[in-house]
Design a protein. Structure first.
Length: 249
């Protein structure tokens, strides 16, 4: 159940039984010619919502603003500093823990959130945890099988497949034609060097990847594949919750 759709007395009653709470983190940034600007948040929230429902846990409001400075040459992107992101996450987590939630588990959908989340985790001594939705081997297997090297790094067909399950599909003929043109494939060395969305300045990034895709063939996206990815990630998070509950509750 979504926390914002409950009453305070309901929350108080539920917290009589020790439990954690789920929260999604994403971004608001460009995702190529046919990707939605809210892709990262949509993906993490889609998975987090299913996890919360199946685990009978509350889902906290998502944090959809994140460090995305490298994409600021693309209209619609909203970027905040890593320090602002960390401050927001720290205060949200602190509020939830003060009310009696035993831990916060983040479902992350944005690479540039990873290092800041790890920094904030230090402050909470085994009460703040996270995994990105793609972290599980079963998810990785699907991505490799369906997309191979065309998964790339940004505006990936896997994440766009997830958004297409329940959200708008961009049908503009001009934009679809751009997306159908395969991008340049990335080398393994490039992927390693730029993991965590380390893409340089906005000018450098736009110059290198003018349509917003980073080695990702977005046109391969398919909502049926998206459903497989969501299900695999949800199962991974449910296993993580079992582990946390067995050690913390």
């Amino acid at each position: 159940m979504r926390l914002e759709q409950t009453g305070w007395m309901e929350v108080g009653d539920k917290l009589k039984n020790p439990q954690g709470i789920i929260m999604a983190t994403g971004s608001t940034e460009q995702h190529g010619p046919i990707g939605l600007i809210g892709t990262d948040t949509i993906c993490s929230e889609t998975i987090a919502s299913d996890v919360a429902s199946k685990a009978n846990m509350y889902l906290a409001p998502s944090i959809g603003f994140a460090p995305a400075e490298f994409n600021m040459k693309f209209p619609g992107t909203i970027s905040i500093s890593a320090q602002t992101f960390k401050s927001l996450l720290r205060e949200v987590t602190s509020s939830l823990l003060k009310h009696g939630f035993k831990y916060v588990l983040i479902v992350n959908g944005h690479g540039a959130n990873i290092d800041p989340i790890k920094d904030v985790m230090i402050d909470f001594n085994n009460k703040l945890f996270f995994k990105s939705w793609w972290d599980f081997p079963t998810v990785d297997n699907i991505r490799n099988k369906e997309f191979g090297d065309w998964e790339g790094m940004h505006a990936t067909p896997s994440e766009i497949s997830i958004t297409q399950i329940n959200h708008r599909v961009i049908e503009n003929t001009k934009f679809k034609k751009i997306a159908e043109n395969p991008p340049q494939k990335l080398t393994k060395d490039f992927i390693i060097a730029h993991s965590g969305d380390k893409h340089g300045t906005a000018e450098e990034h736009h110059r290198a990847f003018p349509d917003g895709r980073v080695g990702s063939h977005s046109a391969m996206a398919n909502p049926e594949i998206g459903k497989k990815i969501v299900n695999a990630s949800v199962e991974g998070f449910l296993e993580e919750i079992e582990r946390l509950n067995s050690t913390l509750l």
